[in-house]
Design a protein around this ligand. Structure first.
Ligand code: KG4
Ligand code: ZN
Length: 364
């Protein structure tokens, strides 16, 4: 069974070809191409939907060609075509879904509409299971730019939402705070980079809704916004003190710069710690409540090394097994969509080509 999948839910264009095997061997990823549009959106500090869809139109046919040639197959050899059908940006989703439907119609093969969140959620099992029966019961934390969710996964296709964000997603909060600090886009990797070596205890930032299974990151973001002028004022006071010193004892520019860098670094570390602390505590509490022995994490924010480390350590302390996807599978890509489609096709799942994309598609 060979699946070709497209992922165009947001600003990455992805095409992947995955071959499922019968017997004891696992699925084999024949190709996975991703074209990032970060450079096109960076100057706007966020994603511009029309630019994203225009770029999908440009990149998708090229990636299809590249994927087929690196997999060394003709498209006529593909057994099913899949695409992300939601949630995401309508004008972006339409591009991938239309291409997959067109190919399915042209080659008279099945079309599979895949939920982007299911793609993320199953990604920690990528390359580790050969069919859907091996998706073990787990509590799954999905942390991306658009979603923060805890799911009780009973089986493939049997999901229960435990909690979700009531305002900003974790990734969205990271992106917004990075923008406030004048760091680059996307903000998550920037915050992670600047947090390295910073003091996570320097700023006491709030952990919201600890009694609930839902998440809220908007208060934390606002706390950083209110803190920022105070930090700027105190670093300016430090600067003027140092300038006075410089005039009397020589050049102190190096120490001025390093004082400012230290504040940013400590603020990023404190903010990142507040986000991770909440994610870890709620995930562990959910795993205990639902009596699972396995915790999984997926989505762009799960690239974060500190989150992986802290969640992994908390799982060890609580006697839980922990699985995360490799970093290249955490941010948006088509391999995870192909994998979800492969497992679903083994359950005889098939979509109608008349099925519409749904920007608000729910997981359950
Ligand atoms: O899963 P994803 O690629 O797209 C969505 O489905 O939303 O996630 C993108 C999010 C962005 O908010 C980005 O800042 C965040 O993932 N992200 C990270 C890291 N890499 C990407 N957040 C924290 N640390 C990272 N290393
Ligand atoms: Zn995603």
């Amino acid at each position: 069974m060979t699946i070709l999948a497209l992922e165009t839910s947001c600003d990455e264009t992805g095409v992947a070809i995955l071959r499922g095997r019968n017997g004891d061997s696992r699925s084999e990823l024949l190709a996975s191409e991703v074209a990032s549009q970060i450079a096109a959106h960076e100057k706007y500090g966020g994603i511009v939907p029309e630019i994203a869809s225009r770029n999908h139109l440009i990149y998708a046919p090229r990636l299809l060609d590249r994927a087929a040639s690196s997999a060394n197959i003709c498209l006529s050899e593909v057994d099913a075509f899949a695409a992300t059908s939601g949630p995401g940006l309508a004008s972006s989703l339409m591009i991938g879904a239309s291409i997959a439907k067109g190919l399915a119609i042209g080659f008279a093969k099945p079309y599979l509409a895949i939920n982007h969140l299911e793609g993320h959620m199953l990604s920690p099992f990528f390359g580790r299971v050969e069919n859907g029966n091996q998706i073990r019961q787990n509590v799954s934390l999905i942390v991306s730019g658009g979603h923060t969710m805890l799911i009780f996964v009973r089986d493939l296709g049997d999901y229960q939402v435990i909690g979700r964000t009531v305002d900003d997603a974790a990734g969205e909060a990271l992106d917004k705070v990075a923008k406030m600090l004048g760091l680059g886009y996307p903000g998550g990797p920037e915050i992670e980079k600047h947090a390295r070596g910073g003091d996570p205890t320097r700023f006491d930032l709030p952990r919201s809704m600890l009694d609930s299974e839902n998440f809220s990151f908007s208060g934390l973001k606002t706390a950083v916004r209110y803190l920022l002028p105070k930090i700027v004022i105190s670093s300016e006071a430090k600067r003027s003190r140092e300038t006075a010193m410089k005039n009397s004892v020589g050049n102190a520019t190096g120490s001025l710069d390093s004082a400012r860098d230290d504040v940013i670094s400590d603020l990023c570390a404190s903010f990142q710690e507040a986000v991770i602390d909440v994610l870890v505590r709620k995930t562990i509490a959910a795993a205990q409540k639902y009596r699972v022995s396995l915790v999984t994490v997926s989505g762009g924010v799960s690239c974060n090394q500190e989150l992986r480390k802290q969640l992994g350590e908390a799982c060890v302390r609580e006697g839980l097994e922990f699985k995360n996807a490799e970093p290249w599978l955490c941010t948006d890509n088509a391999a995870m969509i192909a994998f979800a489609a492969l497992l679903r096709s083994q359950m005889r799942f098939e979509s109608k080509v008349t099925e519409e994309i749904d920007p608000n598609l729910a997981l359950v």
